[in-house]
Design a protein around this ligand. Structure first.
Ligand SMILES: Cc1ncc(COP(=O)(O)OP(=O)(O)O)c(N)n1
Ligand code: TZP
Ligand code: MG
Length: 208
């Protein structure tokens, strides 16, 4: 199975947020164990995405952490990311695999076993599955699937399942019990008064 960190920090670029400060704080605690996914708002320009990805790459390189880029695979290639993540509105998984090449990390979004299995057949090396819980971070999402929905996907595939959507420290045990390999988090880290402390707590919960 793919060797991949279990805690994915997804950048928060909503107005008023400071994604690089959060990334710095998270890396100070997690070091090489962290996966940082550079995710910008759909309204952001490619140049804005690239600039954030470059800075993220510099910070991750310092500590040996992995960085991925959401949606914009040309940006992933341009900054030497380990790979990218695509969902239903992005390049199809097979096309994303052709863009990134055979050895890149490629994540795909799924919320049901059928979509998950097709994504793996098309070349996904991990799956982002959710929303597992309600979230206000992304608009227009379908209802949460909960740990039961995570379990259904885990049972259908042989790649790591990364649970996303409303993930908090308290919810990690049930997600792990459902077979999740890891978690992807925006708000619980970005909105925290002390993001580094939350990262430490999440890592602790993941290692139980
Ligand atoms: C780990 C992980 N899982 C799911 C997503 C969501 O991707 P997508 O459905 O394409 O939605 P956007 O994030 O692009 O708005 C993700 N980014 N990461
Ligand atoms: C991008 C995305 N896709 C499904 S839920 C989500 C946002 C997750 O953010 P949070 O961790 O704040 O709920
Ligand atoms: Mg997407």
């Amino acid at each position: 199975m793919l060797s991949l960190g279990r805690l994915h920090l997804v950048t928060d670029t909503r107005p008023g947020r400071d994604p690089l400060t959060v990334v710095r704080a998270a890396l100070s605690v997690a070091g090489p164990d962290l996966v940082v996914q550079v995710r910008v708002e759909d309204t952001a320009s490619d140049r804005e995405a690239y600039d954030l990805a470059v800075r993220t790459a510099e910070l991750c390189t310092e500590v040996g952490a992995t960085w991925l880029v959401n949606d914009r695979l040309h940006v992933a290639l341009a900054v030497g990311a380990a790979g990218g993540h695509v969902g239903a509105d992005d390049l199809p998984v097979a096309a994303a695999r052709r863009v990134l090449g055979p050895s890149a990390v490629l994540g795909a979004t799924a919320r049901d076993p059928g979509t998950a299995a097709r994504a793996v057949t098309a070349g996904a090396s991990y799956l982002g599955v959710g929303p597992c819980h309600a979230t206000t971070t992304k608009n227009g999402l379908p209802p949460p699937i909960g740990p039961i929905g995570i379990r259904a996907v885990v049972d259908a595939v042989d790649v790591p399942v990364v649970a996303i959507g409303g993930v908090t420290v308290d919810r990690v045990p049930a997600l792990l019990a459902a077979g999740a390999y890891g978690i992807a988090v925006v708000g619980a880290i970005s909105s925290a008064a002390d993001p580094a402390r939350v990262v430490a707590t999440l890592l602790g919960a993941l290692s139980c």
